[in-house]
Design a protein around this ligand. Structure first.
Ligand code: C2E
Ligand code: MG
Ligand code: MG
Ligand code: MG
Length: 279
């Protein structure tokens, strides 16, 4: 009897796997067509100075508009893009689209810094700096308005090669941000080897700010950034208590649902139209 149950269990398990791998295959097939079908789009989320309220920059966040699934979030498809290598052409599309958008805002008198996320696979790409350079030339965006975000984990995974790749990017005049900082395994002494401009304090720390220890860590990261002449960004800011804390600690900018959710380019433009122009 036990044997039979075991067999049945295995049978069901195998069927489950089939469904899973079929779903994965369907997702992969759809992903392969998404670029040519123009189904990717970028959402933009403001980064704001908590003391003046001035918008300093914007982070570009990838979305996939699927004909049946609707708007698909990065967590559901970026891992597969990375596994299959499709993140290389898609990442290039992201970079170009974000630079075109930032250049458009600049033309309209709004010099907003554009932050673009890069995956591990992109950082390992031999001609990454060359590609970024041609996108900057092609779009006319001043390099200083582009900020490339890499997570602390990606950079530490292969620190030696990351230093070289980051220096090549830095030579273009773009800015480098360390994303999700404070939860990965980076040694502080190692930071000096990386040509970084911005520390983005992980939302995992911001969400726990009521906790004294997390508040102490956030405060320490902000003052360390200041002392190292880096700028600090807090991500995942959702409430006024967090805002007050970050303002007191003189964090340079904040990003989160309290200020705004990520928005489509059109929604973003409508929001900008309501703001006074910047000089
Ligand atoms: P990330 O770079 O750390 O981006 C911040 C994430 O936090 C975004 O999720 C954003 O929508 C979300 N967020 C912003 N404010 C709040 C808040 O107040 N509360 C909460 N709970 N969440 C907030 P999203 O857009 O789902 O992106 C997730 C991750 O996917 C990103 O994390 C980034 O690692 C990756 N990603 C997004 N776009 C790209 C891309 O173009 N290329 C690559 N390689 N990765 C991307
Ligand atoms: Mg940034
Ligand atoms: Mg990011
Ligand atoms: Mg982040």
């Amino acid at each position: 009897h036990a044997k039979r149950t075991g067999r049945n269990a295995y049978h069901f398990y195998a069927e489950d796997m089939n469904i899973q791998s079929r779903q994965r295959l369907a997702l992969e097939t759809d992903l392969r067509r998404a670029l040519e079908r123009n189904e990717y789009l970028l959402y933009y989320q403001p980064q704001v100075d908590p003391s003046s309220g001035e918008m300093i920059g914007v982070e570009a966040l990838l979305r996939w508009q699927h004909r049946e699934r609707g708007l698909v979030m990065p967590a559901e498809f970026i891992p597969l893009l990375e596994e299959t290598g499709m993140i290389i052409p898609v990442g290039e599309w992201v970079m170009r689209t974000a630079c075109i958008q930032a250049h458009k805002w600049l033309d309209e008198g709004r010099p907003l810094r554009m932050a673009v996320n890069l995956s591990a696979r992109q950082l390992r790409q031999e001609d990454l700096a060359e590609r970024v350079r041609s996108i900057l030339l092609e779009t006319g965006l001043p390099p200083g308005l582009l900020e490339i975000e890499l997570t602390e984990t990606i950079v530490m995974e292969n620190a030696g090669e990351a230093v070289i790749a980051l220096n090549r990017l830095k030579d273009l005049g773009v800015r480098i941000a360390l994303d999700d900082f404070g939860t990965g395994a980076s040694s502080l002494a190692y930071l000096k080897h990386f040509p970084i401009d911005t520390l983005k304090i992980s939302s995992a720390i911001i969400v726990e700010l009521e906790d004294e220890t997390d508040a102490a860590i956030a405060g320490a990261v902000i003052s360390m950034a200041r002392n190292m002449k880096l700028s600090s960004v807090a991500e995942g800011v959702e409430n006024v208590q967090q805002l007050d804390f970050l303002r007191r600690e003189q964090c340079d900018s904040i990003q989160g649902y309290l200020i705004s959710r990520p928005m489509s380019a059109q929604a973003f433009a409508e929001m900008l139209d309501k703001l006074p122009p910047q000089v």
